[in-house]
Design a protein around this ligand. Structure first.
Ligand SMILES: NC(=O)c1ccc[n+]([C@@H]2O[C@H](COP(=O)([O-])OP(=O)(O)OC[C@H]3O[C@@H](n4cnc5c(N)ncnc54)[C@H](OP(=O)(O)O)[C@@H]3O)[C@@H](O)[C@H]2O)c1
Length: 226
C-alpha cells in the first residue's frame, strides 16, 4: 500500500475543504511529454491516483489539463463500493476551472456530475444536464463554493497553472508527488507549477515516502508563511 490511510485529511478551516494536489514528474522535473502527462507515471502511479480519487468528494482540474489529456474525474468500478461504504457518492464530482470557457461541448468527463467554474463572463459551449456552470472571481471562490456545497475533501490533479494559483492563495494542504525513474531533457520544461514566482519560498514537510520499482511516491504537508 502506498502511503498510510487515510490519504486525504480533514478540513482545517470552516470555509474551505481539505485540498491536496497529485502530480507526477520525471527525475528531471518534467511534468509533460509531448503536451500530455500520459506515459510519465507507471500503473502503480495510476492506481494511487484512483485511490486518492476514491477518498475525494470532488476532483478538480484546470481546463488546460482537460484539453490536453484524455481524462475524467471517475474511479474504476472496484473502488465504487469503498466510496459508498464511506458515505460518499459512487463517483466523485468533477470540477473544472477556466477563464476562456474554451471547453469541448461533449467529453467523457461530463458523464459524471461536473461543475465548471468560469472566472470571467465568457460563454461556455457546454449544455448538458450533468454540467453546472458557475461564475466566480477566482480559485478562492471556487473552493469556498465547494465548502458551501458540503464538500470536505478535494483532490486537484493539476495542471501546473491551476496549481500555481491555488498555492498563491494558500489553498493547498498537501502535495502528492510521484517521481518516475525517467529523464526527458528538453528546454524550457513544464514543471508541476507554472506561473509567477511565489513571493516567499514555501516549505514542505515530508509525511510519507514509498518506493516501488524505482518510482518514488512522496507526500508532503505545505507550510505557509504567517
Ligand atoms: N504531470 C502531471 O501530473 C500533470 C498533471 C496535470 C496536467 N499536466 C500537464 O500540464 C499541461 C497543461 O498545463 P496547464 O498549466 O495548461 O494546465 P492547467 O492548469 O490544467 O490549465 C490551465 C488552464 O486552466 C484554467 N485555469 C488555471 N488557473 C486558473 C485560475 N486561477 N482561474 C481560472 N482558470 C484557471 C485556464 O483555462 P482557460 O485557458 O480555459 O482559461 C488555464 O489556461 C498538459 O501538458 C498536461 O498534460 C501534467
Amino acid at each position: 500500500m502506498i502511503h498510510p490511510r487515510p490519504l486525504l485529511g480533514e478540513p482545517t478551516a470552516p470555509d474551505r475543504p481539505f485540498l491536496a494536489i497529485n502530480m507526477v514528474a520525471t527525475v528531471d522535473g518534467r511534468a509533460a511529454l509531448n503536451g500530455s502527462a500520459v506515459g510519465i507515471g507507471s500503473t502503480t502511479d495510476h492506481r494511487l491516483l484512483f485511490e486518492l480519487r476514491a477518498e475525494a468528494d470532488v476532483v478538480l482540474h484546470g481546463a488546460g489539463t482537460v484539453r490536453a489529456d484524455p481524462l475524467s474525474a471517475r474511479v474504476p468500478s472496484d473502488l465504487v463500493a469503498q466510496r459508498t461504504a464511506r458515505g460518499l457518492t459512487p463517483q466523485p464530482i468533477g470540477a473544472i476551472a477556466t477563464r476562456t470557457g474554451n471547453l469541448p461541448p461533449r467529453h467523457p468527463y461530463y458523464e459524471s456530475p461536473t461543475l465548471i467554474y468560469v472566472c470571467s463572463d465568457r460563454p461556455v459551449p457546454v449544455d448538458l444536464p450533468t454540467v453546472e456552470i458557475l461564475r466566480v472571481g477566482g480559485v478562492r471562490e471556487v473552493v469556498c463554493d465547494l465548502a458551501r456545497r458540503g464538500v470536505r475533501r478535494v483532490l486537484c490533479e493539476g495542471g501546473p497553472t491551476l496549481n500555481s494559483a491555488l498555492f498563491r492563495e494558500q489553498l493547498i494542504d498537501e502535495v502528492f508527488l510521484t517521481i518516475a525513474p525517467k529523464l526527458l531533457g528538453g528546454e524550457d520544461p513544464l514543471t508541476v507549477i507554472r506561473g509567477p514566482r511565489f513571493p516567499t519560498m514555501l516549505r514542505l514537510q515530508l509525511r510519507s515516502l514509498v518506493e516501488v520499482d524505482g518510482e518514488l511516491f512522496l507526500r508532503y504537508a505545505v507550510t505557509y508563511p504567517l
